[in-house]
Design a protein. Structure first.
Length: 705
């Protein structure tokens, strides 16, 4: 780690949708520590770039529009760039610009250069600019900015070698901060800059930025804040007024440069993107297209993943049965087969579904479609106490609620941000996929089809849409009770439609699947082994009585050796510590159609929803005399005391409804606490969603049974 931190640091800076993430993925590959969608890159990404025996630390900073941030998300890069002692403070800034939107992106570029950074301008997406008939005079822009300007395309790999060689030269060249700014400071700004002391940066513009943001910059001490406040008062420094003045002056200065440097070979008034947007963003057709796409996505997730899931599940069942035959009969073998292997199968079997979901969402993000979704739903979201940027969190929750909640930092209005934080976990995340995949088959058989649509796939999609409706209902109720602090506005740039870059998609899917395996996998494995211990041991008297009763029943009914062993396993697990806990909570969940085994799975899955499947796999492995059956086969053969199937449509749908609404994720509660700064809201969220889950499941079971 220390060697990594001593590498030269190169920060990728730019507006949202400039292509920073694509360039980051291209330079670092899979050497990363952690879209074409504003707000996705909430946390800073780090990676190592290697070329020509040179190594660099690449830092992908969250997108921002200027050094005057409008959201908590945009403050992150400002805090890093203004702190020379920060461990991510860059030695070189590669400022990434969308070549088709140069005039919008130059504001921040001129500010970064005026702050005194050694910089390179990367005109990204040059292939799209060429397609639009644009000619860009890079020399004119270089002359104005006093730094290299390189045309690149991270999708077509144009100019990447030139960018790398320019980085090498800029890193190796000695550099001192320029004294003359592109922007000419006012007398008031000069007054402040001259009175402020900055030991490690002699740019007067850098000092001006400190005067604007001293109240929230993390590295400024309290005594320094008081000193800056005193200087501001002495010089008559008006924060907002001077921000507006600077922004207007910069635009007035560089717009003529852009006009002379950018020429069009053909009429730019109507691009292919504009033509597509007339349909895609239509007030009626747009939402219909969106929900149709989402229906196809979830149908594909269920249909395409069924074959590999069956193969993985059958493979684990066969492997477990083989181990049982050849390993000695002792507690170590039992732990390996019924604890470790059962838990592992509960993780790996759902990789196909999760990978397919992430793949399809990544394609939509890469193409530029998701930004249109934000634009389209702004008006609708306002009616539910949120705004267009909230859709980012709601869609991101389809993968995981944690980054979705962090993405709310792009929402300016405190009320809208809070409502989005509280409602986002109601959107079905990837952790619910394993639960849905196991239980949907008990609600409707796989043989039912409606034209090209499979009935199980439709139920699967319906669960996601139910989560969306639940989130909107929850948000609307919150809107009525949470006091408003004014209505926010949506400011964003709609990028050009692009052909998705396979490398970006692959990297995104790989990282998210790895995150699932490491994050969810270790929790499932630990709980599986804890469950094995709890289900294998119990109060000595109760366990002994269970063995005696099993022997008596086997003798009475003249069971075979295999039947006797299975009966003893079943009675022992019921008498174990796990069985005792399950029996204790059974009265509370019996009206929902659940038995003590389901109760245990509900309790363990409060750590993480996907643990439900691992828990059931462990319990049914311990309760079964054979390993060769799959989990779904074991659950399907489970009977109630009256002889009916335990997982009938009523019980299974009740469980599905419970998991749609319940907040069973400790990590989500922790991140809500962090983002809201209080335990009040996560506690409220937990009990409110728990009430929705319990009464929703109760109503479904009572109506269907």
């Amino acid at each position: 780690m220390k060697a990594f931190e001593t590498l030269p640091r190169i920060a990728l800076v730019g507006n949202p949708n400039s292509g920073k993430s694509s360039l980051f993925n291209l330079l670092t590959g899979l050497r990363q520590n952690v879209a074409n969608l504003p707000g996705v890159t909430v946390d800073v990404k780090k990676g190592t770039a290697i070329w020509d025996d040179k190594k660099y630390q690449i830092i992908d900073l969250p997108g921002m529009y200027s050094v005057f941030p409008n959201s908590a998300d945009e403050r992150i890069p400002i805090d890093i760039l203004t702190n020379p002692n920060h461990h991510l403070h860059p030695d070189l800034v590669v400022y990434v610009i969308d070549s088709t939107q140069i005039e919008r992106h130059l504001l921040l570029a001129t500010q970064i250069i005026d702050m005194g950074f050694k910089a390179i301008i990367a005109l990204n997406m040059i292939d799209l600019a060429d397609d639009r008939g644009m000619f860009i005079d890079t020399q004119a822009i270089e002359h104005y900015l006093h730094c290299p300007v390189i045309k690149i395309s991270s999708r077509e790999l144009q100019g990447i070698d030139q960018l790398k060689s320019t980085i090498d030269r800029r890193i190796e060249t000695e550099y001192s901060v320029i004294q003359k700014s592109i922007y000419t400071l006012t007398e008031i700004e000069k007054c402040v800059a001259n009175k402020l002391d900055s030991e490690q940066n002699n740019s007067i513009y850098f000092k001006k930025i400190l005067a604007h943001h001293y109240k929230w910059l993390s590295f400024i001490r309290e005594d320094e804040k008081k000193e800056i406040e005193k200087v501001n008062l002495q010089c008559g420094f008006n924060d907002i007024q001077l921000q507006v003045h600077e922004t207007m002056e910069r635009y007035n200065a560089f717009l003529p440069i852009v006009k002379s440097a950018v020429k069009y070979k053909k009429d730019p008034s109507q691009s292919i993107t504009d033509t597509i947007d007339k349909v895609i963003t239509h007030r009626i057709l747009g939402p219909i297209i969106f929900f149709s796409i989402m229906l196809l996505v979830f149908q594909a997730v269920y249909a395409w993943a069924s074959v590999p899931m069956d193969l993985i599940e059958s493979g684990f069942a066969l492997f477990g049965d083989t181990l049982t035959k050849y390993l000695p009969t002792n507690w170590i073998s039992d732990l390996l087969v019924n604890g470790v292997l059962a838990g592992l199968s509960g993780v790996l079997v759902f990789i196909p579904q999760i990978a397919i979901l992430f793949l399809l969402i990544a394609i939509l993000e890469e193409s530029g479609y998701m930004s249109r979704v934000v634009f389209m739903f702004d008006g609708i979201m306002q009616k539910f106490g949120m705004n267009g940027r909230s859709i980012i969190s709601l869609i991101s929750s389809g993968a995981c609620a944690i980054p979705a909640i962090m993405a709310t930092r792009t929402i300016n209005n405190p009320k809208e941000r809070l409502i989005t934080i509280l409602a986002s976990p109601l959107i079905s995340c990837s952790a619910r996929l394993p639960v849905y995949a196991v239980l949907v088959g008990f609600v409707v058989p796989n043989s039912i089809n409606y034209g090209p649509f499979n009935a199980q796939g439709l139920v699967f999609s319906g669960l996601y849409f139910l989560g969306i409706l639940g989130a909107l209902f929850f948000a609307f109720v919150l809107k009525l009770f949470i006091k408003t602090e004014g209505q926010s506005y949506l400011m964003m740039e709609l990028p050009e439609y692009k052909k998705p870059l396979f490398k970006n998609i692959y990297t995104d899917v790989f990282e998210k699947v790895k995150s699932f395996l490491i994050g969810a996998g270790k929790i499932i494995m630990i709980i599986s082994m804890v469950l094995w211990v709890g289900a294998s041991f119990g109060p000595s008297k109760g366990m002994e009585n269970a063995r005696i009763n099993a022997q008596k029943l086997s003798t009475l009914h003249q069971y075979s050796v295999k039947q006797s062993q299975q009966l003893e396993k079943s009675m022992l697990i019921e008498a174990s510590y796990i069985g005792v806990i399950g029996k204790w909570i059974e009265p509370a969940i019996k009206p929902l159609g659940y038995d003590w085994k389901i109760g245990i799975a509900l309790l363990t899955s409060f750590a993480a929803r996907e643990v439900f499947v691992g828990t059931m796999a462990t319990l049914y492995s311990l309760d079964s005399g054979t390993s060769e059956q799959t989990l779904r086969q074991k659950m399907n053969s489970e009977l109630k005391p009256n002889g009916e199937k335990r997982y009938d449509p009523a019980t299974s749908l009740s469980l599905l409804i419970f998991y749609v609404f319940a907040l069973q994720c400790m990590s989500t509660l922790a991140i809500v606490r962090k983002e809201t700064g209080t335990w009040k809201w996560p506690i409220f969220q937990f009990f409110a969603m728990g009430a929705m889950a319990y009464f929703g499941a109760l109503m479904v079971y009572q109506l269907m049974s």
